[in-house]
Design a binder for this molecule. Structure first.
Ligand SMILES: O=C([S-])c1cc(C(=O)S)c[n+]([C@@H]2O[C@H](COP(=O)(O)O)[C@@H](O)[C@H]2O)c1
Ligand code: NI
Length: 391
């Protein structure tokens, strides 16, 4: 089980993450070979030692050996990448964000800067480097996105750039400084490859990599760091919050359950019961980490009619998880993969994506489910086997 944690507290860009992974030990030759397979003879990747505000770091540079691709639509880039590969998933994420920002469908997205040769090489290179390092799961911390404005093919953009803001939904970010600290490509890599936003997890570190950005800003090292190592399938402390309720308008329950998840519960559910005096009622249960208890408890008191909440300790064993985004008939479907000791034990498509696929193709949800399962098998997601990132 090799975990990679990304420290994006100074920002993130594709070349910075690639530099960090090369610095952590990924083979430049093998990364170059994977990039050559996608862009034959088009680019050369170099890794150079530099300093950023006094810190040694690896600067990954992509030099074009040919004139750039004439068209850079999402369709063109998809045609270059192996269907279902992590690199295709990263560009699908980017296309989704660009589409949302510009108010068009992903297939209509025409990339400007982010579709250039170096961006393709960065994305394919990062996926290849993670594969080379044997990474089975990736997570990342809070991202510094910057502030101010940046010049782009769209003109002067506010920072965070619109695509970065779109890709920040559900992730912890902060400004963290002036200028553009997180780019759309860097953010798309992080959001596609990292399974969760977390502070540095408990792990035995085997390698550290430091990747440099282009600018050297005095007093703030412009770097991405990766910490790599072993992370065990954990038994975590969990608390179960419960309340018996016999007088809540039943139409309110769906909103109560959603609200508890929003407040930080890992799970929330209702069980019908028969209470004292023969009253039909429900037990409301919410399972959460200790840190989430105050917010979840406050939400139970706010949103239900209960006068008390019971709390009991529970031990929760969770499989390591990773999410791989598949391209199924041109539509993104996230596959949740449960891992034990690095081997796949569960492969489950995100049902909302399956439902969206069924709607988009005009097919039954059961048919969309089996197409997703078939896509997962074709992409090598096989129970008992390790996850196989592929360029
Ligand atoms: O190419 C496009 S469409 C583009 C969109 C946006 C939006 O936020 S919308 C921003 N940019 C800027 O391009 C450069 C390069 O980005 P990389 O991700 O390739 O490093 C960066 O300044 C973006 O803000 C481009
Ligand atoms: Ni754009």
């Amino acid at each position: 089980m090799t975990h990679v944690w990304i420290d994006a507290s100074a920002g993130i860009a594709g070349d910075m993450l690639l530099g960090a992974l090369l610095d952590a030990g990924a083979s430049l030759d093998r990364v170059q070979a994977k990039v050559d397979a996608v862009l034959p003879g088009a680019v050369r990747i170099t890794a150079t030692e530099v300093h950023r505000a006094g810190l040694r770091a690896c600067k990954a540079d992509v030099t074009a050996l040919t004139t750039d691709l004439p068209h850079r639509s999402w369709r063109d880039i998809r045609g270059l990448l192996a269907a279902g590969s992590p690199a295709a998933a990263v560009f699908a994420t980017l296309a989704g964000a660009e589409g949302a920002v510009h108010g068009i469908g992903p297939d209509q997205v025409h990339f400007h800067e982010v579709g250039a040769l170096d961006a393709i090489a960065d994305v394919v290179g990062v996926c290849a480097a993670l594969d080379d390092l044997g990474a089975t799961t990736v997570s990342a911390g809070e991202v510094s996105v910057g502030s101010g404005t940046v010049r782009s093919a769209h003109g002067l953009l506010p920072v965070p750039a619109p695509a970065v803001a779109e890709l920040s939904r559900g992730w912890r970010i902060r400004s963290g400084g002036t200028g553009e600290l997180a780019t759309p490509t860097g953010m798309a890599l992080l959001r596609t490859l990292a399974v969760s936003c977390e502070d540095l997890p408990s792990m035995t570190v085997s390698a550290v990599g430091v990747g440099a950005g282009s600018r050297d800003t005095p007093g703030r090292p412009n770097v991405v760091r990766v910490l790599m190592g072993g992370k065990k399938t954990a038994t975590q402390d969990a608390l179960l919050l419960e309340a018996n309720v016999d007088d809540l308008d039943p139409r309110l329950w769906p909103g109560v359950l959603t609200g508890l998840l929003d407040a930080g519960a890992d799970d929330a559910w209702l069980v019908p019961i028969l209470m004292k005096k023969g009253r039909p009622a429900h037990t409301l249960s919410a399972l959460c980490a200790p840190a989430a208890v105050p917010a979840v408890q406050a939400r139970i008191f706010r949103d239900t009619s209960t006068l008390g909440v019971r709390t009991s300790p529970r031990a929760k064993t969770a499989l390591d998880r990773t999410v791989v985004r598949l391209d199924v008939a041109g539509h993104p479907v996230a596959m949740k993969i449960g891992l034990d000791g690095g081997a796949i034990v569960q492969v489950t498509p995100e049902f909302e994506d399956v439902a969206a696929l069924a709607r988009a193709l005009g097919i039954a949800e059961s048919e969309a489910l089996s197409r997703a399962a078939h896509g997962a098998l074709s992409a090598g997601m096989i129970v008992g086997e390790p996850v196989q990132p592929d360029g």
